[in-house]
Design a protein around this ligand. Structure first.
Ligand code: ZN
Length: 133
């Protein structure tokens, strides 16, 4: 049990250590909703890897994070931002935004339409389908 906890803490420490690189990539804005001047933290896009990497993390605000943790309670209007972020040049941002749109698309036509408009690389496409939100 203690070992699991230690591993978890080591993993979290590595994740937080990515903050500097992620700040640079994100330009100090939430990579999903573009909020600026808010606190941003690394978020690992599932499935988690043994070693967190910049390429598999996004840098996001607490509002986005809280809602990603509880997809059933998503504020639909907040996630209009995903229509933009799904076009990001950063693959992992595309992946997460696409999963959000896919999730909301069960009820929201605009989300389905936004997703249908995007062209994804094959690699990104199969990454998206690894896991639902
Ligand atoms: Zn955000």
């Amino acid at each position: 049990m203690a070992k699991g906890l230690e591993q978890h803490q080591a993993h979290q420490a590595k994740l937080m250590a990515l903050g500097k690189d992620l700040t640079r990539r994100a330009g100090s804005k939430c990579e999903l909703c573009e909020s600026a001047g808010v606190s941003l933290r690394p978020y690992e896009v599932p499935p988690e890897e043994e070693e967190p990497r910049v390429e598999s993390c996004v840098f996001i605000c607490d509002t986005c994070r809280e809602q990603l943790d509880k997809p059933k309670r998503m504020n639909v209007d907040h996630w209009r931002c995903a229509c933009q972020s799904v076009w990001s040049e950063v693959p992992v941002v595309q992946v997460l935004a696409a999963r959000v749109l896919d999730h909301l698309g069960k009820k929201e036509i605009w989300a389905r339409e936004a997703l249908a408009d995007v062209y994804f690389d094959e690699e990104v496409e199969s990454w998206i389908s690894l896991k639902a939100l």
